[in-house]
Design a binder for this molecule. Structure first.
Ligand code: TPP
Ligand code: SF4
Ligand code: MG
Length: 281
């Protein structure tokens, strides 16, 4: 199957050169190379430039409100645990309004994949500061320079309990595809923060090209939590690749009621539902 089979005919409205193109192409390549059944995939997108992605993909999808990608993804996964559920957010979507969901999804180890397009600004609303904007960055909302320390999504995901934590870079599609494939194959909460330029409001590409290096070429042990945290806190250089991977029981595996057939394929026992509702009123 070629890349075009997974693309719709909807006209792409991203600015030419936007990092979103690389994320979409690497994602399609990962899906095709892993030969997943297309009918089993569900993509959820939030509000932001990244949130146009579902329109361009010929996949089951759900476009939700700003910051609520993870509640939707978790609900879909609990309703049908056989689906491959993949959420896409921007850095504003994920780390500002949606940050509570991020921490709890990681902590619970829900078996969903979470891909964050981190351009370090609010792109769609025309370039305001975001939780990952660096100190000093001048934006429309910080004309004197950002004075609030940025959060570190990789360290946060590790400390929250994510069982797969990685960073991608849109300047290296081959590498990004490999990282995405590993995330898609992981059983549990798989998180990838992807560094991408917003060429219109904050072009990070030259800086990123100077600073990134690949974890797998530096002897990093992905099973070692402390080592992963040390790498996550590096700032002079920017490591990309998988920081940490561990197998732990997923949220769904630990809920006895979810054993057996997916909930969405079960008959609804109306009598029991009414009895339960009756107890509440
Ligand atoms: C509840 C709510 N608050 C605020 C907004 C306005 N809004 C739309 S997109 C966005 C931020 C987009 O930034 P990001 O998530 O980083 O996505 P990007 O556009 O950079 O891909 C905001 C604040 C909204 N749509 N809904
Ligand atoms: S505004 Fe920025 S993030 Fe949005 S499409 Fe343009 S380059 Fe991409
Ligand atoms: Mg953004």
């Amino acid at each position: 199957m070629s890349i075009s089979r997974l693309r719709t005919h909807v006209k792409i409205t991203w600015c030419p050169g936007c990092g979103n193109f690389a994320i979409m192409n690497a994602f399609i390549r990962a899906i095709l190379e892993l030969e997943f059944k297309i009918k089993d995939i569900v993509v959820i997108t939030g509000i932001g430039c990244h949130g146009r992605l579902h329109e361009y993909l010929r996949l089951n999808s759900f476009h939700t409100i700003h910051g609520r990608v993870l509640p939707l993804a978790i609900g879909i996964k609990l309703a049908n645990k056989d689906l491959l559920v993949i959420g896409f957010s921007g850095d504003g979507d994920a780390y500002a309004i949606g940050i509570n969901h991020f921490i709890h999804a990681a902590r619970r180890n829900v078996d969903i994949k979470y891909i964050v397009h981190n351009n370090m600004v609010f792109g769609l609303t025309r370039g305001q500061v975001s939780p990952t904007s660096p100190l000093g960055l001048k934006t429309k909302s910080t004309p004197e320079g950002n004075f609030v320390r940025p959060i570190n999504p990789i360290a946060l995901a590790l400390i929250a309990g994510a069982t797969f934590v990685a960073r991608g870079f849109t300047g290296d599609i081959e590498h990004l595809t490999t990282v995405l494939k590993q995330a898609l194959l992981h059983r549990g909460f798989a998180f990838i923060d992807i560094l991408q330029p917003c060429v219109t409001f904050y072009n990070t590409l030259p800086m990123l090209r100077r600073k990134v290096y690949k974890l797998e070429e530096s002897g990093h042990d992905i099973s070692n939590f402390d080592e992963a945290m040390d790498r996550a806190l590096e700032s002079d250089k920017i490591p990309i690749g998988v920081f940490y991977k561990v197998r732990r029981p997923t949220f769904e595996e630990q809920i006895p009621q979810l054993k057996g057939k997916p909930m969405s394929f079960r008959d609804i026992e109306m009598e029991r539902v009414l009895k339960f509702v009756g107890k509440l009123v």
